[in-house]
Design a protein around this ligand. Structure first.
Ligand code: ATP
Length: 322
């Protein structure tokens, strides 16, 4: 087993609150174990451009509480080609990087797996607000994003209530309804629209009208962005129920902000765990949380896994908010 001397850290794909806490944990654990640590800016784009800097214990001071990523993030189509990966491998060799910690989503892990195939030890740490990495029950950033969305929906409800309105709130989640479900349950939304289920605006409208008859005065519909054109959905609901219906798209506000305790602690633990894996000579692994336990899987089996929205929670939420 080749002993590693230098670890590189990069963040790739969409940023997520808690990435900084994970970077800090990787850097500090590696330095604690007398390894050299380098930061790679802007994901794989920075790697192939050699945008690399030395890190010491103080390089990661005062970042645990910050959203975003102080290493910056990027998408790099060039790394999806064989020549891009070869270039990344050469740069690693030139910079003396034996191992790379990749913080990102499934796409970034494909990049990490490609780099591992070229002999660079790689591990992935799941960071995405969407919680849509199948192998892991939880991804860093999700809790912060949901708490931000809840705060926003609570504010929307205040004004919605004052004007007897219905509010459709679009949250992130192009392919997965995790943010929508968690936010909707936590805000008592009348309806939660997720991409995993067919859109049924007749049922939503019937539900609004039934609760209107029982004295309910304001209605929150939480919709994941993947369900379709939410402005059309708001228009359609207004037409069907005759109540003024406004749309609010939360957008990138969900991606920023101070990470919650959950995101800081899980990021710290995953970062620490990842370096320990590399020290044991492991490569091609993604760190995951399964049933509350942090563990690791090889990239290939992780890519083949599937994860489903908790339909029991969905059903319960719909029965509660009547
Ligand atoms: P997000 O959750 O924000 O979508 P992600 O990591 O899945 O995060 P992607 O845009 O899919 O984001 O991928 C990020 C980067 O990873 C890409 O820009 C590219 O550099 C690299 N990447 C993605 N897929 C591959 C692949 N098949 N081979 C090599 N590199 C890849």
């Amino acid at each position: 087993m080749k002993e590693i001397k230098t670890i590189g850290i990069l963040t790739s794909g969409g940023d997520a609150p808690g990435m900084n806490a994970a970077i800090r944990a990787v850097a500090r654990t590696a330095l604690y174990n007398n390894l050299r640590v380098v930061g790679i800016r802007r994901g794989f784009a920075g790697l192939i451009n050699g945008d690399i800097f030395e890190m010491n214990l103080r390089s990661v001071k005062n970042i645990i509480m910050l959203g975003g990523t102080f290493l910056y993030s990027a998408r790099c189509p060039e790394f999806m080609t064989e020549s891009g990966v070869q270039r990344g491998t050469e740069i690693c060799k030139e910079a003396g990087i034996d191992a790379v910690c990749v913080l990102g989503g499934d796409g970034s892990f494909k990049g990490a797996a490609a780099l591992a195939e070229h002999g660079i030890q790689c591990i992935g740490i799941p960071c995405t607000i969407d919680n849509d990495i199948s192998a892991s029950d939880y991804t860093i950033g999700f809790d912060t994003a949901v708490n931000t969305a809840i705060d926003m929906v609570d504010r929307i409800r205040d004004t919605s209530q004052s004007h007897d309105r219905c509010s459709v709130v679009e949250v992130m989640g192009r392919h997965a309804g995790y943010i929508a479900l968690e936010t909707g349950v936590s805000c008592g939304a009348t309806a939660i629209l997720v991409p995993e289920l067919p859109l049924d605006l007749d049922s939503v409208s019937d539900k609004i009208l039934t609760s209107l008859r029982s004295g309910k005065q304001n209605f929150i519909i939480v919709a994941a962005e993947g369900v379709g054109d939410t402005s059309k959905i708001a228009e359609e609901i207004q037409k069907k129920v005759g109540i003024e219906t406004r749309l609010t798209v939360l957008g990138h506000v969900q991606r920023g902000g101070h990470p919650t305790a959950k995101d800081r602690s899980i990021a710290s633990f995953m970062g620490h765990y990842g370096v320990e894996l590399l020290l044991k000579g492991k490569s091609n692994r993604v760190i995951v949380s399964q049933n509350g336990k942090i563990m690791d899987l090889d990239f290939k089996s992780a890519f083949n896994m599937t994860k489903h929205l908790d339909m029991e929670l969905y059903r319960a939420s719909q029965e509660i908010s009547i």
